[in-house]
Write a new protein. Structure first.
Length: 95
């Protein structure tokens, strides 16, 4: 069951010559490694998130970085268009 949740929340994040994996954490936010969107931060290149949960179904959406941390190599991307896809379930409390 968890495999399906990950597949539906995962996306390819493309920015310039770089691409990586991102995960939908709400209907309009995704999280990825900062180095995947470095060119957006440094050169204002566009970010495209490609969701392809079942291979033949796909949705591409543009986004922009709204928060990032260089030391942790993490970036939060706001999607220009909210998705109906189910985001990964996150817990609010820490272990």
């Amino acid at each position: 069951m968890f495999d399906i949740e990950i597949r539906f929340a995962a996306c390819q994040v493309s920015c310039g010559e770089t691409s990586g994996t991102g995960f939908l954490v709400s209907n309009d936010l995704a999280i990825t490694a900062r180095h995947c969107v470095r060119e957006a931060l440094e050169d204002s290149l566009p970010i495209v998130l490609s969701f392809r949960p079942l291979g033949h179904l796909h949705s591409d959406v543009n986004g922009q970085v709204v928060a990032e941390d260089d030391e942790l190599d993490i970036a939060l991307i706001s999607l220009h268009s909210p998705l109906a896809a189910k985001p990964l379930t996150l817990v609010a409390n820490t272990p």
